[in-house]
Design a protein around this ligand. Structure first.
Ligand code: 13P
Ligand code: SF4
Length: 326
């Protein structure tokens, strides 16, 4: 018999109206007009930030939005590699990140020097890099993928090339199993997504037997195998709209629940639990606060800057991805 969670699950029920904007959110909207800024936010940001953003989405959607942005300033509410990607594709704009310390454990698991050494020892590998990596790693890669387009992009890599997939072994394993393409996997992972366990997911499922489970591919294979659907955060919105179920268990970072509640307002969303907590926050994503968003626009800092040689080398594999995934 499946045992039960020893804490209350986090359940977001449908609600009639979203919270009214606060004074600080109104201040941000005024500053945004004054600075001619656009606010791009990842699905994992807190609700108050998502509410003032011009666009909320996954890494792929955010890359397209950043490239197309016409505003003088891009205020990027996400983590460092995402803001860096915005600067790489749109160098003429000022790119702000509310907290420069907002990094990513996955990105950190593949330092550029180690990848350069690997390539020196294995010069024929074709490097497919998940977008969760630094500009210096992108500059060493052949093509970039996101969780939203990885299968499609890997399908376009010449069949006679051996692929090294960096830095997420879980996403790499998922893509490999879906495409049948053998790949060498870099041993990196997302510290947050690997906290989801089969035992916690089995318990929540027993509590909500009618609710399908949707999981992010950064979860371990054992957790992915329990899910009804595995997809990027943006595709979770599509899944939630299309499934006949009224309640859905969402196995990814908890900010996603706000986006789902906004876009699919008549359904209920249950946070995927870990062994110790009803939901799972990424500590890096949560470094951005509403005060820091306001201060970034006020002070026009912190800004993202990149050496031009790294930027142009990193742009080539990103551009290949954007072209291949249209
Ligand atoms: P998505 O591109 O699916 O939003 O994923 C980004 C991310 O960092 C997941 O941890
Ligand atoms: Fe990185 Fe994981 Fe946080 Fe995504 S959730 S930004 S992969 S640490």
């Amino acid at each position: 018999m499946t045992s039960v969670l020893n804490y209350e699950p986090l359940v977001l029920e449908p609600r009639k109206t979203a919270p009214a904007l606060t004074a600080i959110q109104e201040e941000i909207l005024a500053l945004k007009r004054e600075r001619n800024a656009v606010i791009l936010a990842h699905n994992y940001q807190i609700e108050a930030i998502q509410q003032v953003a011009d666009y909320v989405g996954d890494s792929l959607g955010l890359s397209y939005q950043a490239q197309a942005a016409q505003a003088d300033v891009i205020l990027f509410c996400g983590v460092h590699f995402m803001a860096e990607t915005a600067k790489i594709v749109n160098p003429g704009r000022t790119v702000l990140l509310p907290d420069l310390e907002a990094g990513c454990s996955l990105s950190d698991s593949c330092p550029a020097e180690r990848l350069a050494a690997y390539k020196a020892a294995n010069p024929d590998v074709y490097v497919v890099a998940y977008i969760n990596c630094s500009a210096a790693v992108k500059a060493l890669s052949d093509v970039i993928v996101t969780s939203g387009n990885a299968m499609k992009i890997v399908g376009k890599v010449p069949a006679d090339r051996e692929i090294l997939f960096v830095p997420d072994q879980n996403l790499g394993q998922w893509v490999s199993s879906k495409t049948g393409r053998q790949m060498r996997l870099w041993p990196g992972s997302c510290y947050a997504h690997v906290q989801f366990t089969t035992s916690a997911i089995e318990k929540i499922r027993a509590q909500f037997p009618d609710a399908p489970v949707v999981a992010h591919p950064e979860c371990t294979q054992a957790v992915r195998d329990l899910a009804d659907e595995v997809c990027s955060t943006e595709l979770m919105v599509k899944f939630a709209k299309e499934t006949p179920a009224d309640r859905i268990i969402v196995v990814t970072e908890s900010g996603m629940l706000h986006r789902l509640r906004k876009d699919v307002p008549h359904k209920t969303f249950i946070a995927g639990p870990t062994d110790t907590c009803a939901c799972n926050d990424c500590r890096f994503m949560k470094m951005n606060t509403i005060e820091k968003v306001r201060d970034a626009l006020k002070n026009m800092a912190p800004q993202i800057d990149l050496p031009e040689d790294i930027r142009t080398k990193a742009l080539a594999p990103i551009q290949r991805m954007l072209d291949w995934s249209r």
